[in-house]
Design a binder for this molecule. Structure first.
Ligand code: NAI
Ligand code: AKG
Length: 633
């Protein structure tokens, strides 16, 4: 711990800084309960508070007006204090130890009232005599009728007057959300002003700040003081591309990260430029993360694939750079399945063709080449999450399901396993591809496979574009061998909605073309927008890698006490022993230890006691084969 002499005095505001709320606004909500004009009066109070915080108008007149509007009684203070206790700012709560450990250096300077400030801040170890605030005056019935007019804090430029009177000798750093907090610095009574924006950010105040602090962690980080978390979260930059659902923005922002959103995908060179200071990137299927991009991402901790497929990411390169990749393996499964079912029906009934004829004024009432799906044989190529879900629903509609997969899968319902792709193609009426986008699947379905299909079949590809040879499909559609097709994915897909879709399949008969929207439903996107950020924050906050597609998967218990060390290394013999030898050498007590490996890497998580020799950190990083080392708390 640094010596106390080096630590400046911290002058901290109460309302909207120490707590998330303005106490007088909250007091009014309590005191005016049941008053028919409650909302209107509270709004007047909020407007007056904001004027004061922005440094507009006379502060003393503003305070008197607010107290008159609040019309509170002593009996309203207890419920107010209870509420404030639950509204202490999150990062203040998180760093409770700081207020206790540095109590000699901490002052609360507030234009609020001691009656509700003292019970809150003294619970954090702040000294009663270091709390500078107003006091209420009451009438005989306990009604609040005003405040002590002699207290400088009830007057204009009150905080300046108070600070002059306090006469702190030494460095003073002010932390607050209001203009009156800045004024202490403006008057030369402090050397630094942090605009605290965790709860409210006012342009007039941030413009005057020496530093903007979105949390107390940021202040402690800048002051080089001990923090509860290892790194201020606002310094973690998140980049979300490709129209990712707004819930992801919300979740990452609530976590305290700084989030940037771009609606489209980025090309490699644009990405290389953008990713330099990014810690978390969120993409969908259109952004390719190559080894070259990863070389330019020194801060990258995690990649979120806000979809199922991860073929667009160099998973191995990410792993060897210690970047964890997470996807949403079943959040859009149902949406793809529903689209496939809909398309099979539409294609068998030639609905699109007939609809287009109708729009052109042609009435063609005929049953020719229109069929029910009941009793038809559906062949699923790839029997993973989507294939097997489609199997169940198709069967419930009366289809007879066959499947072919390169790995053993549990047959659901009455689905029949085929031992080869050829067997499946020779048997079924509808072929639907649900394989993943691994490199070896490129071109897996071409002239030979269409040739094996039965006359008058239906073909669907809602998996990945490169899997199918569209030239071969087009020839088979034109010859009538294939009755109809549904395509959602293409080898080249436009980068954004402004680029034209250019492809030979345009204009082919009885072909449903959709712009890679198999997973684009409100439900799926919202599911994904929640699933992926939660996996990433679990990893960052706890080390848990469950659902990572490139790290060994491990679900860790929450760390209760102490520190967690996470060591990712190349999977070579002897590394665990080297880690533990270092702990022994530094006399470090291991509380718990977990190890999970895959073929390439090992992931060792060690929980240790609170006090430890910091030298071990560098030594752990230097163990040969170390890919990434992270500490928690
Ligand atoms: N159109 C869209 O918007 C969407 C497309 N997808 C695509 O669908 C794919 C499948 O998704 P899930 O079923 O969730 O994946 P999954 O990983 O659960 O299933 C894929 C299955 O395909 C099998 N497979 C791979 N190559 C094969 C081959 N050559 N022959 C036979 N079987 C093979 C695998 O063994 C596995 O069982 C995703 O990888 C993605 O590319 C996924 C979601 C939305
Ligand atoms: O919705 C997307 O951007 C991609 C959907 C997809 O292909 C997938 O989830 O793998």
């Amino acid at each position: 711990m640094e010596t106390i002499e080096k630590v400046p005095y911290f002058v901290i505001d109460f309302d909207s800084t120490f707590t998330q709320v303005e106490a007088l606004d909250e007091l009014a909500t309590i005191s005016l309960a049941g008053n028919p004009n409650q909302q209107q009066i509270i709004q007047q109070i909020i407007d007056l508070t904001n004027l004061g915080m922005e440094g507009k108008g006379s502060f003393s007149e503003n305070l008197v007006k607010r107290l008159q509007l609040v019309k509170a009684n002593r009996s309203h203070l207890a419920p107010l204090i209870d509420l404030l206790r639950s509204k202490v700012s999150k990062s203040v709560k998180r760093n409770k130890h700081f207020f206790r450990d540095y109590a000699d250096q901490i002052y609360i300077v507030s234009s609020g009232f001691k009656e509700f400030i003292l019970p809150i801040v003294t619970e954090f170890g702040i000294k009663e005599e270091h709390v500078m605030a107003n006091t209420f005056t009451f009438d005989n019935d306990g009604n609040i009728i005003g405040c002590d007019a002699n207290n400088p804090l009830s007057q204009d430029k009150g905080k300046i007057k108070l600070m002059e009177k306090l006469g702190l000798t030494g460095d003073v750093h002010v932390i607050g959300d209001g203009y009156t907090d800045y004024e202490i610095r403006g008057a030369g009574l402090a050397s630094k002003f942090y605009a605290f924006t965790e709860n409210v950010s006012r342009a007039a105040v941030t413009a005057k700040a020496d530093s903007i602090a979105p949390s107390f962690d940021e202040i402690l980080f800048q002051e080089k003081l001990p923090m509860t978390i290892s790194y201020p979260k606002n310094r973690i930059k998140v980049l979300l591309l490709e129209n990712i659902h707004t819930d992801a923005f919300k979740l990452f922002s609530e976590e305290g990260y700084t989030v940037e959103v771009i609606a489209s995908a980025l090309e490699e060179d644009e990405l290389i430029e953008k990713i330099k200071d990014v810690s978390i990137i969120g993409i969908r299927s259109k952004t390719t993360i190559t080894a070259k991009v990863l070389e330019h991402a020194p801060k990258l901790i995690a990649i979120g694939a806000f979809c199922i497929g991860t073929n667009q990411i160099d998973l191995k390169a990410a792993q060897m750079k210690g970047v964890a990749v997470f996807n949403a393996p079943f959040s859009n499964t149902r949406s793809v399945v529903e689209l496939a079912i809909g398309e099979i029906i539409m294609l068998y009934r030639r609905t699109l063709e007939k609809s287009m004829q109708m729009h052109a004024g042609k009435w063609d009432k005929s049953a020719k080449n229109s069929f029910e799906i009941r009793g038809k044989k559906l062949g699923l190529v790839g029997y993973g999450n989507i294939g097997s879900q489609l199997s169940v629903i198709a069967e419930s509609l009366g289809m007879v399901v066959y499947y072919y997969d390169i790995v053993e899968r549990l047959s659901l319902g009455n689905a029949k396993k085929c031992s080869s792709l050829k067997e499946l193609l020779n048997t079924v009426d509808v072929v639907s591809l649900h394989v993943d986008g691994r490199a070896s699947n490129k071109g897996m379905f071409g002239a030979k496979e269409f040739n094996e299909m039965r006359q008058g079949s239906i073909f669907l590809n809602l998996a990945r574009g490169p899997v199918t040879d569209l030239k071969a499909l087009s020839e088979n559609l034109k010859s009538g061998k294939i009755l109809g097709a549904g395509l959602d994915v293409y080898e080249y897909e436009p980068k954004n909605n402004d680029e034209e879709f250019i492809n030979d399949v345009r204009g082919l008969p009885n072909v449903i073309l959709t712009p890679h929207i198999g997973g684009s439903t409100e439900e799926a996107q919202s599911n994904i927008g929640n699933f992926v950020p939660n996996r990433i924050t679990d990893y960052i906050n706890n080390g848990t890698t469950l659902h990572s597609v490139n790290f060994p998967n491990i679900q860790l218990p929450e760390l209760q006490e102490g520190h967690r060390f996470m060591h990712l290394h190349e999977n070579q013999p002897g590394i665990l022993a080297k880690i533990n030898n270092l702990f022994a050498k530094h006399n470090i007590n291991i509380l718990a230890q977990y190890l999970k490996t895959n073929e390439q890497v090992g992931y060792v998580i060690t929980d240790i006691a609170k006090i430890y020799d910091k030298e071990v950190l560098d030594e752990l990083k230097e163990i040969p084969g170390t890919i990434r080392f992270r500490t928690l708390y």
